[in-house]
Design a protein around this ligand. Structure first.
Ligand SMILES: [Zn+2]
Ligand SMILES: [Zn+2]
Length: 140
């Protein structure tokens, strides 16, 4: 049988394959429960941290927007509307990413946020009966 060196440490002989980077990996450089090499485990952890932060920021955005929509002076705010539509776009992209891999169970909170943002947008848009497309809004 042909022997292959681990493509990560380049010391021990490889006996496994990383599911993410597809390199041949030795037992020492492999995380069995995830099917990933040590490098990819670190990448996965960093990505998860980033996404958790993003969900935290989006949750805060939805909370603040909900409060602001209750105030009379924010009813006609174009920035708030635009911000909500942008939030929805970020949530949509995040949802697509999480369909492939549910990073630390973020799928459910992202779906909940999307469900919360849509009525806010409808409320914000209906205030001035504006179209959903921000480019068609009248300039102030
Ligand atoms: Zn190795
Ligand atoms: Zn890998």
């Amino acid at each position: 049988m042909l022997k292959m060196k681990c493509e990560r440490c380049e010391i021990d002989s490889a006996s496994l394959f990383c599911l993410r980077c597809k390199r041949a990996i030795c037992g020492k450089c492999y995380e069995d429960s995830l099917g990933l090499c040590s490098d990819c485990v670190n990448f996965k952890k960093a990505t998860e941290w980033d996404r958790r932060q993003l969900v935290r920021i989006l949750t805060e955005t939805v909370r603040i927007s909900t409060n602001n929509l209750e105030k009379q002076k924010c009813h006609a705010c174009e920035i708030l509307r635009y911000h909500l539509l942008f939030t929805l776009k970020v949530l949509k992209n995040l949802g697509i990413e999480l369909e492939h891999e549910d990073l630390t169970g973020l799928r459910a909170p992202v779906h909940q946020l999307r469900d919360a943002v849509i009525p806010l947008i409808i409320e914000a848009i209906s205030q001035k009966k504006l179209a959903a497309d921000p480019t068609s809004w009248p300039r102030i």
